[in-house]
Design a binder for this molecule. Structure first.
Ligand code: NAD
Ligand code: IPM
Ligand code: MN
Length: 346
């Protein structure tokens, strides 16, 4: 298993180091082999050289690895529309990683900010389109800085883009509770989001066993809070999926617990926590590594290491339940101590 490590900025390096601690333990316990290679693409390098994602490194990531484990990108000293955009969105788009899977599960009732929700009462998989929508970067500024400045960002949906994501989501629903909801703003964004509804309507015919519905995304945000148990597979375009995934994460303990996988069958896959570089807590030991460790779990599952993946998931849940975790989840351990605890629990 050839793993590229992109720690990135802020707490990225801290949580990736923690994930590597767990990876080493898992390899010993479950008897698999891996190699890692570190890619220094953080803000420091950008400030030194002006480079973001040089072609040579991109080609190596594309051709020489099975998967990529990424921390976070974003540094207050560098413009994120250049640095993070080239690396984070650049990788997703240039590798055509159209699925962004973000599982959300409540493992400990005390972490849910809602009343009377039991462990397991929130269990959904956000399936976010990862290459299109307003993230395509089409548009620009006209008369920048002038009082009558014009700004345009194009929201782009393609029928193949809708179809391939929906197909993935329907197939995923079959492995879960056979329920899928498409969240969009087709009432306001008639063309780009209307296309999603059209694609869904046709694909439903191929999956009669899956209960597929639609919700306007604003209503979806409300119902996720009032009726979280109703949600199983949640599909959204790039922007809707981004927003709903942070909301969903907040229902189960926050960003410190939210992992993700960006994939396209047959291509190198990218695993990363949903959270960002958290400049406010960098260097304090307060960075929760569980989102990165759970992302590693997703990586191992996709690489066929099912037992290791299940053990990592169970150990992370225990660290939360036993409060062997960072302060954001009510514990007193540091980032490194959580990694050691999870490693030992394997
Ligand atoms: P953020 O996710 O970095 O932080 C939001 C809040 O959550 C902060 O209070 C932070 O301390 C807390 N938090 C986040 N991760 C945590 C963890 N593991 N443990 C404990 N607390 C945690 O979002 P932001 O502050 O809006 O963004 C900071 C930078 O990160 C920006 O430059 C943004 O663009 C970037 N960002 C990057 C990614 C990514 O690389 N995938 C994702 C989101 C944001
Ligand atoms: C995420 C982040 C990114 C996104 C930002 C940093 C561009 O919020 O991975 O969820 O919007 O995709
Ligand atoms: Mn986000």
């Amino acid at each position: 298993m050839r793993i590229a490590l992109l720690p990135g900025d802020g707490i990225g390096p801290e949580v990736i180091a923690a994930a590597v601690t767990v990876l080493e333990k898992a390899a010993g316990k479950f008897d698999f082999h891996f190699t890692t290679q570190l890619f220094d693409l953080g803000a420091e390098r950008f400030l030194r050289t002006g480079e973001t994602m040089p072609d040579k490194e991109f080609q190596s990531l594309r051709d020489d690895f099975d998967c990529i484990l990424l921390g976070a990108f974003g540094d207050p000293r560098v413009p994120s529309n250049i640095h993070a955009k080239d690396i984070l969105l650049g990788l997703r788009q240039r590798l055509d990683l159209y699925v962004n899977l973000r599982p959300v599960k409540l493992v400990d009732a005390r972490l849910c900010p809602l009343k009377d929700v039991k462990a397991g009462g929130v269990d959904m998989a956000i399936v976010r389109e990862n290459t299109e929508s307003v993230y395509v970067g089409i548009g620009g500024r006209f008369k920048p800085g002038m009082p009558d400045e014009v700004a345009q960002s194009v929201m782009l949906s393609t029928r193949p883009g809708c179809d391939r994501l929906l197909r993935y989501a329907f197939e995923l629903a079959r492995t879960r509770r056979n329920k899928l909801v498409l969240c969009d703003k087709a009432n306001a964004i008639e063309a780009a989001h209307g296309l999603w509804r059209l694609a869904l309507k046709e694909m439903i015919k191929e999956f009669p066993d899956v209960q597929a519905t639609t919700l306007y995304a604003d209503v979806a945000a409300m119902r996720m809070v009032t009726h979280p148990h109703e949600f199983d597979v949640v599909v959204g375009d790039n922007m809707i999926g981004d927003i709903l995934s942070d909301l969903a994460a907040a229902l189960v303990g926050g960003l410190g617990l939210a992992p993700s996988a960006s994939t396209h069958p047959g291509k190198v896959a990218l695993y990363e926590p949903v959270h960002g570089s958290a400049p406010d807590i960098v260097g304090t030991g307060k960075a929760n590594p569980l989102a990165a460790i759970l992302s590693l779990g997703m990586l191992l599952r996709d690489q066929g290491q099912l037992a290791a993946a299940a053990a990592i998931e169970a150990a992370c849940a225990q660290s939360v339940i036993q409060k062997a975790c960072t302060p954001d989840l009510g514990g007193t351990l540091t980032t490194t101590q959580v990694a050691e605890w999870v490693g030992a629990a394997l």
